[in-house]
Design a protein around this ligand. Structure first.
Ligand code: FAD
Length: 518
């Protein structure tokens, strides 16, 4: 049996990649070793540019249950320091609360509807590569079998077998200096303040949901995801002698909270019968795959990088890996990828992963105990009154400081390599916005001037590039060539000369040779 693309792992990143491939007409096979989706709580939501990226696929409304485009948050935290974003022009820190399990359900449903084949209870056990084929061994519900593919993607999480089988190293650090404890609990009034989501803890003060509180003894945070059901997490700066595998009683979580905040939070198992999901874990890894590609094999998501979860950056990074790789891999399967396109996955995404590891480690340092850290926090709090400093940190956390190399595709307009903003447009078919143009997952040449030559220049690529002529109030460029993942491959005009010849150089550099007709 052979197929075009096999994806190992049906977590959020593998499933979004499956959707992207299927949207582009490629039917991937997803191998997921679990027969049923795990109930262990993981992510509670998404933070950063990824929320807008999902809107560019029409998934924001589905995930959030809201209508209209996402709105950035007015405030956030960096290492438990307040980040006031209300004065920023063009803040890219978006937040979308959604349990990871629900996100996976929605992505799996979409992937299946688009034509992806998802095999649950099928575990990849080995990988072999030949010149034009990669073969995987699979242990399925009815025995072992082999599957050949043109490409394999390891989306199989931090312990990735694909990464290990390909001999890709995973350098970094394992920090075992702290213990995290978490659980889903019911917290009753009067400690749970009705209607506010706050906790009023006698002797310790008031706490707000979705914020971290650092004390000299550790770190405390909680969220309320449905009325009366709280997800509590607490960290202390010492490894637990019990390790990670011994069962954790509820009282252990309550005692740890008491030690860290200096007050008692009475808690009981969830009243509605949901599992308390009590978990003790030691330390965190900050590691990144030495390379994201090994011949016909690619890594996305946690298989490529693991880091502390502070600030919730994991899926902002992983889902955008999937969006970056999806259209490129589909282009290779569909036969029009320029020779170096697949290599840009590594050159574009590896540096982004490095920056996430950098800022999560910096945040962990800021959360550590001790008077020197307290002094450093005071200094940073002062600096974080400056708009330029707030913007720097907000862009870093949102992943909005990314500028991909647009290489030989032409001299860089300020927009080239950057995220295409979601602007309101008027076309012959009525009002629209950038996000809506990108929903089919195809490249778009957006022409914002009446120069017909620009639209004509892309005619020969009409099988794979949509040309849209539109008007907008303050055009950021005369024309922008937008990649399916929302980044600008080429732009020109609005103060700089525009050349159709330049556009004709950019088109094949990103989207291959024009189709031959006749
Ligand atoms: C408690 C917790 C809270 C978190 N909170 C947040 C948050 O709020 N926001 C955020 O952005 N991130 C958060 N994260 C991180 C986020 O959950 C991960 O980044 C995300 O799960 C990574 O997705 P993935 O698809 O790369 O890998 P995974 O979710 O690990 O999925 C990998 C899949 O591959 C399957 N698999 C593994 N090996 C094989 C094999 N050999 N064959 C077939 N299938 C295989 C696994 O069963 C699994 O389904 C949190 C993580 C944890 C643990």
């Amino acid at each position: 049996m052979t197929t075009d693309v096999v994806i190992a792992g049906g977590g959020p990143n593998g499933l979004l990649l499956a959707c992207e491939l299927a949207l582009a007409g490629v039917r991937p096979v997803v191998l997921e070793r679990l027969p049923e989706r795990a109930t262990t709580p993981k992510a509670n939501g998404l933070v950063g540019r990824v929320v807008q990226a999902l809107d560019y696929r029409g998934l924001y409304e589905l995930f959030s249950g809201r209508t209209g485009p996402p709105v950035p948050v007015p405030g956030f935290q960096f290492g438990a320091l307040p980040l006031d974003l209300s004065g920023l022009d063009g803040n890219a820190l978006y937040a979308l609360p959604i349990p990871q399990r629900r996100m996976e359900e929605l992505l799996e449903q979409r992937a299946r509807e688009l034509g992806a084949e998802i095999r649950r209870g099928h575990e990849l056990t080995a990988v072999r590569q030949a010149a034009d084929l990669v073969t995987v061994d699979v242990q399925g519900p009815h025995g072992r079998y082999e599957l050949g593919a043109r490409f394999l993607v390891g989306a199989d999480g931090g312990h990735s077998i694909v990464r290990k089988q390909c001999g890709i190293d995973f350098p970094g650090v394992t920090d075992r200096s702290f213990t995290g404890r978490s659980g889903q609990v019911t917290i009753h009034p009067p400690v749970a303040v009705p209607g506010t989501g706050e906790l009023d803890v006698p002797g310790a003060g008031r706490f707000r949901p979705a914020t971290f509180t650092r004390t000299e003894n550790g770190l405390f945070s909680y969220g309320m995801f449905q009325p009366g059901l709280y997800r509590v997490a607490v960290y202390e700066w010492a490894p637990s002698p019990l390790g990670d595998s011994a069962a954790m009683p509820l009282e252990e979580l309550r005692s740890a909270v008491r030690r860290v905040i200096g007050g008692d939070v009475p808690m009981s198992e969830p009243a509605d019968g949901q599992p308390p999901a009590l978990r003790r874990s030691t330390g965190a890894n900050s590691r990144q795959a030495g390379r994201y590609r090994h011949r016909r094999v690619f890594l996305v998501g946690d298989a490529a990088h693991v880091h502390s979860g502070v600030g919730g950056p994991g899926l902002n990074l992983g889902l955008q890996d999937a969006l970056n790789l999806g259209w490129k891999l589909a282009a290779a399967v569909n036969g029009w990828a320029p020779p170096s396109l697949l290599d840009t996955y590594q050159s574009e995404r590896h540096p982004v992963g490095q920056r996430v590891i950098m800022h999560t480690r910096a945040q962990m340092a800021l959360l550590s105990p001790g008077p020197n850290i307290t002094a450093l926090r005071q200094l940073l709090t002062e600096l974080l009154c400056e708009q330029s400093a707030i913007r720097h940190i907000a862009d870093l956390m949102a992943g909005a400081d990314i500028r991909y190399d647009t290489g030989p595709a032409g001299p860089a307009h300020a927009m080239a390599g950057r995220w295409m903003p979601d602007i309101a447009l008027r076309t012959g078919k009525g009002p629209t916005r950038t996000a809506e143009l990108l929903r089919p997952g195809r490249p778009v040449l957006l022409v914002l001037t009446d120069r017909a030559g620009l639209a004509d220049a892309a005619k020969e690529w009409s099988d794979r590039v949509d040309v849209v002529t539109a008007a907008t109030a303050r055009p950021p460029a005369d024309a922008a060539l937008i990649r399916p993942d929302g980044y600008v491959a080429w732009a020109a005009g609005a103060g700089e000369p525009v050349s159709a010849a330049e556009l004709r150089r950019a088109l094949p550099a990103w989207f291959g040779d024009p189709a031959t007709t006749g």
